[in-house]
Design a protein around this ligand. Structure first.
Ligand code: GLC
Length: 470
């Protein structure tokens, strides 16, 4: 299947970390070609034909809405099903655009299309940290969403409200959690570790014992170590667990040289090649899941959606996995998980913005979020669903880890606003240098600090994105 990633790579400057500096010049002349590639690529762009339904009134004019979806696990299938249901109900049509799995690559693709004012995407699945960056290209959804906004976690609606406009609606929420092999912990007489040093020790010990009895492909811990947005989430979790801050303080001051941030990254710097495979430095979400799901790791740091996949009837680790909060850092540290998740937004370059907004309203509704939670362990952004017996039966940890989801640590996208990606890019590169032992933790965090201070001086954190009239 041809992937949209190829289309993204054809463009000359797919560097989202520079988005704030040059928002409109990229691929200006090439957008038509990219759009055509996206929409024509065999197997990528799949129009969902209007499904006939006796009781659904056809609209005065049926239009086609292009909707971008991720494709991790069963994400694409769930997205198609939801869109199809809406199409049946309204008589409109939906064309699904599958986007790259890496959020960093997905952002590059969106920036190319949006900056060239392309109408090729109507509804965009956007990361929780992108609202400030993309707001200028998105319409205000308050009219369509109305009171339904009050049902979501308030922090998410605040995240999506930029200069008074609701530029996106939460679709699902993510928080980093710890998956563990309950059978291996029981066999070796260990509890689920609650601090990072204990996890390191337990992972090393189980790995050693298992290998001694012939399980020689087993590793202690897999995580997302590639230099991309996923590593920002992992490294932020380590640092926050130790009480070392969240990259920028509320007033925008970098906190990365905090001694506890140094301690957190110093511990993580020892993992690759010891309790984690050397290849972890190139792992993204699905690479880590592949190792864990095939039975080759004791612990995995991951998002909740992996649960239903690990519990599939054909999963080698079915019924041998537990989910817990990620460990704390040291005796006075705290368990924490990074706040992630995906939201739906409508491009202001859409030819059918109000119909597109109705699709967003439908897909983010309570009924749809419940369906996705049951079928794919996607954490609802609608608070009431955490009290729904069916949702809790399918995902017991939604209840036990509710606090982790509610109090997940946010990346500093509200503070850095449109410049968030440049902050994250600097952070994940520094973290990658440290975990791959190319740099000494303290020195590298000091140079990161200098870089972030320079960046904040030049670009002025918090400068609101350009207003739009729609
Ligand atoms: C998950 C999260 C998203 C995060 C990404 C990083 O998809 O939901 O917020 O940016 O992982 O890889």
């Amino acid at each position: 299947m041809m992937r949209t990633r190829s289309a993204a790579n054809r463009c000359s400057v797919p560097r989202p970390e520079l988005a704030a500096r040059r928002p409109r010049r990229w691929c200006w002349r090439r957008h038509a070609a990219i759009g055509t590639l996206l929409l024509a690529a065999a197997g990528v762009a799949r129009g969902l034909s209007q499904a006939p339904s006796a009781d659904d009134a056809a609209p005065a004019r049926s239009v086609q809405i292009a909707l971008s979806c991720g494709a991790l696990g069963i994400e694409l299938r769930l997205c198609e099903q939801g869109a199809q249901a809406w199409a049946r109900h309204t008589g409109h049509r939906v064309k699904i655009i599958s986007t790259p799995n890496s959020s960093t690559e997905r952002l590059a693709l969106y920036l190319q299309l949006l900056a060239s004012h392309s109408p090729d995407l109507d509804v965009l699945q956007i990361d929780v940290v992108w609202t400030g960056m993309l707001a200028m290209h998105l319409i205000d959804l308050r009219a369509e969403i109305g009171d339904a906004a009050a049902a979501h976690f308030p922090a998410l609606i605040a995240n999506d409200t930029i200069a008074g406009r609701l530029v996106a609606v939460p679709w699902w929420i993510d928080a980093g959690v710890l998956y563990y092999r309950s059978d291996l912990l029981a066999r070796h007489g260990f509890e689920v570790p609650t601090d990072w040093q204990a996890l390191t020790d337990v992972a090393r010990e189980i790995q050693r014992r298992e290998r001694a009895t012939g399980n020689d492909r087993l590793w202690g811990f897999v995580w997302q170590g590639r230099a991309y947005e996923g590593l920002t989430c992992n490294a932020l979790e380590w640092i926050d667990a130790f009480g070392g801050g969240a990259i920028l303080s509320a007033d925008g001051t970098p906190t990365v040289t905090h001694p506890r941030a140094v301690a957190a990254l110093s511990l993580a710097a020892g993992w690759a090649g010891d309790i984690s495979p050397p290849g972890v430095l190139a792992y993204d979400e699905e690479a880590a899941r592949g190792v864990f799901q095939s039975g080759h790791a004791v612990f995995m740091r991951k998002w909740p959606y992996a649960w239903s996949l690990l519990q599939n009837p054909d999963s080698p680790v079915r019924d041998r996995v537990g989910v817990a909060t990620l460990p704390a850092g040291g005796a006075d540290g705290k368990p924490t998980g990074a706040l992630g998740g995906w939201h739906l937004a409508v491009s202001r370059h859409s030819r059918h913005p109000r119909v597109a907004a109705d699709l967003v309203r439908y897909l983010t509704s309570e009924a749809e979020q419940k369906r996705r939670a049951l079928a794919g362990s996607y954490n609802p952004s609608i608070v009431a669903l955490y009290r729904d017996p069916e949702v809790l039966a399918a995902n017991p940890f939604f209840g036990t880890l509710f606090g982790t989801f509610e109090h997940a640590v946010a990346r500093p996208s509200r503070i850095a606003g449109p410049r968030y990606n440049r902050v994250s890019y600097a952070f994940w590169n520094a973290a990658h240098d440290i975990v791959s032992r190319r740099a000494e933790p303290r020195a590298r965090l000091e140079s990161l600090d200098t870089e972030l201070r320079r960046l904040s001086r030049r670009v002025h954190w918090r400068k609101p994105p350009a207003e739009t009239t729609r």
